[in-house]
Ligand binder design. Structure first.
Ligand SMILES: [Fe+2]
Length: 594
């Protein structure tokens, strides 16, 4: 069967599966260049069809990640909130009207919200307008079931717990599943507006970061503070309830109001005025970030402890949903040893639901009701388009630039590993782009982790980003345990682990202020060329680790060769390795002289 999976509101994406295997998947943001684009994924659909070498008419089903008719719970919650909290009624009413009327959110501050609920009812006519008549059926799947499918079919666990948690689906914000062989059941469902995702996002806004995007920045800020507001938050805002449940007091912390920069009198009287985006960070802001992170973790462990009581013999945990991007919390689960293994997909957020919806469709069609027999698989996170050397050469020519020198693999690795060992920085563009928010070694800036000052150098050369934010390491899987307290792989860079005490001074550039690192383990079976680059660096330096940060400058990660060349020229890094070509300082001078 040929299935097109779609996520259409917030981190929109498309994915194509053929007979159970993911052939292509990409987020809309990579193509529209609008970070977290939540508009209808026209470009992503086109790119996936191209990558899969298919026409729209070849599709058997369009699998959608949301059941739009299930709005009753959310409507009641919004209504209840409006009665209890009339101050915020205008913010709630505005969003509800945008959703009901189908009027697109024009606010460029939140491209995530460009998607419209009403469009979900109109998918057939939207696609018909674009592609003409088609025979594929359109089916809608439960949002959290899609999140679960996006990870369950990556895992080979016979028995596992699956936690999906995010801002909210049709009516649910947290679902805990147990999967035992062929039997998958819901152990717990927590209904919106009680939402760990909206709790975290609202405080992201309170600290002056852009909500729905800056959550990872608040997480990076947390280790600098002390959790002095933890007890206040746990007693007044996010309270534990029996049986692993929690309740969010939306009268004090309201997500829709926070999106408009409005916070309750009670919150401001306790925590002061919200931080303005350009305001200096103070100890007070650090303390809020620390408190919010610890409360998030406390509620997470409250849920997991209850789950463990239900299924004490289950040793594996799968996590999906936007909250799965909280890598610090993921690392604490491993440290806490509640579960032996944890697995989080490369795209735990809503983009991943495009794959999840397609898997649910495949499962139904293939009549694979027994997990033990499933053929559903996603071999790799490298699911975007690949560009060959001819296409890369054309990109230089089309920009009127000199085509740089071409090298064979051995020469390329020698030149670049030598540059890295001299603490020069390289921009690296190879193979297909990664699905999900992380650069996993195909679209990366790469640097020497041994050089503590490289962080400042990188911030000057490329990132111009907040100095408190840590850079992450990519590490050969073979030596991961030598450098980090980690006993499992982390191929999608979504686990934080302690850097071993005797290694902190060896790789200071990727060691965060609290002694941790967001580890990316690299296995030669997943990404051979990137593994070889780290291996070549190790042969020169004795360190099988490099610093890896995404290939972009205040924009979505570069997708095609032209964007890579432009981004490289906007930076001042020393090398660009793009396919077999290497641009060096000499090439740059020539290019800039043009
Ligand atoms: Fe979600």
């Amino acid at each position: 069967m040929k299935i097109l999976g779609l996520s259409t509101m917030g981190n929109s994406a498309a994915a194509i599966t053929v007979d159970g295997k993911v052939i292509a998947a990409i987020e809309e943001e990579r193509l529209t260049r609008m970070k977290n684009d939540g508009g209808f994924p026209f470009h992503a659909i086109k790119t996936c069809l191209n990558s899969a070498d298919m026409n729209f008419s070849d599709l058997d089903e369009i699998a959608v990640y949301w059941q739009p008719w299930r709005f009753m719970n959310r409507s009641i919650a919004v209504l209840k909130g409006a009665i209890l909290d009339p101050k915020n009624i205008k913010f709630r009413a505005k969003r509800v009207m945008e959703i009901i009327s189908g009027k697109k959110n024009k606010n460029d501050d939140y491209p995530e919200l460009r998607g419209s609920w009403i469009d979900l009812f109109r998918i057939k006519s939207i696609l018909k307008k674009e592609y003409g008549n088609f025979s594929a059926t359109i089916k809608y799947y439960d949002h959290h079931d899609c999140h679960a499918a996006s990870i369950l079919y990556l895992a080979n666990y016979k028995q596992t717990i699956c936690l999906t948690y995010d801002g909210g689906g049709e009516s649910d914000s947290t679902v805990i599943y147990s999967v035992n062989g062929d039997v998958q059941k819901r152990l717990k469902t927590i209904l919106w507006p009680n939402s760990l995702g909206h709790f975290y996002s609202s405080f992201t806004g309170f600290l002056g970061f852009r909500m729905l995007e800056g959550e990872y920045k608040m997480m990076g800020l947390a280790p600098y503070g002390k959790p002095v507001f933890k007890e206040y938050i746990l007693s007044k805002i996010l309270q534990k309830k029996p049986d692993g449940e929690y309740i969010l007091n939306t009268k004090i912390l309201n997500y829709h109001a926070a999106l408009h920069g409005a916070f309750s009198f009670e919150l401001e009287s306790k925590l002061g005025k919200p931080r303005k985006p350009n305001e200096e960070f103070t100890e007070h802001h650090h303390n809020i970030a620390s408190s919010v992170q610890l409360v998030f973790e406390e509620i997470l462990f409250h849920m997991l402890a209850w789950t463990k009581k239900q299924e004490p013999n289950f040793e594996n945990l799968c996590i999906a949903g936007g909250c799965g991007l909280n890598v610090t919390a993921n690392g604490k689960i491993i440290k806490n040893k509640l579960f032996k293994n944890i697995l989080i997909p490369p795209a735990p957020h809503d983009a991943g639901c495009a794959v999840g919806a397609a898997f649910l469709a495949e499962k139904k069609y293939m009549k694979l009701y027994k997990r033990s027999n499933h053929h559903l698989k996603m071999d790799s996170p490298y699911l975007g388009r690949t560009y060959n050397d001819d296409e890369i050469k054309s990109a230089f020519e089309n920009r009127g630039l000199v085509v740089p020198t071409k090298f064979n693999e051995k020469e390329l690795l020698e030149i670049l590993s030598s540059a890295l060992s001299r603490s020069e920085v390289i921009a690296w563009f190879q193979g297909a782009s990664e699905f999900g928010p992380r650069a996993l070694g195909n679209r990366s800036f790469i640097a020497d982790p041994r050089n503590d000052s490289i962080r400042d150098i990188l911030n000057k050369k490329i990132k111009k980003r907040e100095l408190f934010r840590p850079f992450a390491p990519s590490c050969k899987i073979e030596v991961a345990n030598d450098f980090f307290e980690i006993n499992q792989e982390s191929p999608y860079m979504n686990i934080v682990a302690n850097v071993r005490e005797d290694k902190k001074n060896i790789i200071p550039a990727v060691t965060h202020t609290d002694g941790t690192a967001r580890v990316h383990t690299v296995d030669k079976k997943d990404n051979l060329l990137y593994w070889k680059l780290i291996d070549a660096f190790e042969k020169k330096t004795g360190v099988g680790v490099v610093l890896n940060t995404s290939f972009n400058i205040q924009e979505p990660i570069v997708e095609n060769p032209t964007q890579a060349i432009d981004c490289f020229l906007r930076s001042s890094v020393e090398f660009l390795a793009i396919g077999s070509y290497i641009c060096d300082i000499k090439w740059r001078k020539e290019a800039e002289g043009k």
